[in-house]
Design a protein around this ligand. Sequence first.
Ligand code: IPE
Length: 263
Amino acid sequence: MRKVVLKLGGSLITDKSKPFSVRSERVLSIVEVIREAVSSGIEVVIVHGGGSFGHFAAKSEIDEKGRLTNESVPRISDAMMELNQIVMLHFLNAGLKAVSFPPHSICLASCQFSTFNCNFTPLLKAFVSGLIPVTFGDIVLGDNGCGPFIISGDDLSMMIAREIKADSVVFATDVDGVYRDPKDASSLISSIRLEDIPGIMKEIKFPSSVPDVTEGLPGKLLKIYRYLGGISSHPVVAIVNGSLKGELSAAILGRKIRGTMIY
Ligand code: IPE
């Protein structure tokens, strides 16, 4: 059976220009695509981003206090729980057997190694039991006296993909894929070899205009490279426009997409 980790980007499911606003129509249409994929036998783990919930709360904390402290954890984790509850409600209303795993309760940041330690055992148990685990970018406490850290949904997607030996990781975003120049529609890169990521990153013009504490598309490419480099048979990664139902469905099913594939 095909195993997929699907990351729903924060800018896809929320309006990043407006604090605490969900794009409900979009979430509904995404949930419909997932429902169809699941009924065709796809096994999926869902990860969602922070968008105008987590990023907004994290940015406000940094603006007000200069940095994230342990006291930032309640505000940011609560913002993410709020978004997660809305997303979960859409899943459950569609009859999907989704179950939520908040990272602040299963992960710690190991600042010495700039990594995260998560106890995925219950999430994996849910997955093999036929449920749909849902997790999300979050703030997590640090170990050994270190401060808290933002764990992005991209980190979690790559970590979980390794755990479940996923066939594919699908990043559903609000753009068609990776462009050499986002202002030039003809510069969409349709496929990238994993080992070529560092070179390609030097050539790309990355836009940045919205508050994003986890570094957007460049951060995503780097994480894909770091997490998958060195793994002999790694999952295929698809970066696709999640607002286009047909494209999202094709990406989940492993069919040809108009987007960026990373092999
Ligand atoms: C960010 O998660 C989580 C917080 C800011 C708390 P992501 O990095 O996965 O979010 P998006 O997809 O960029 O919005």
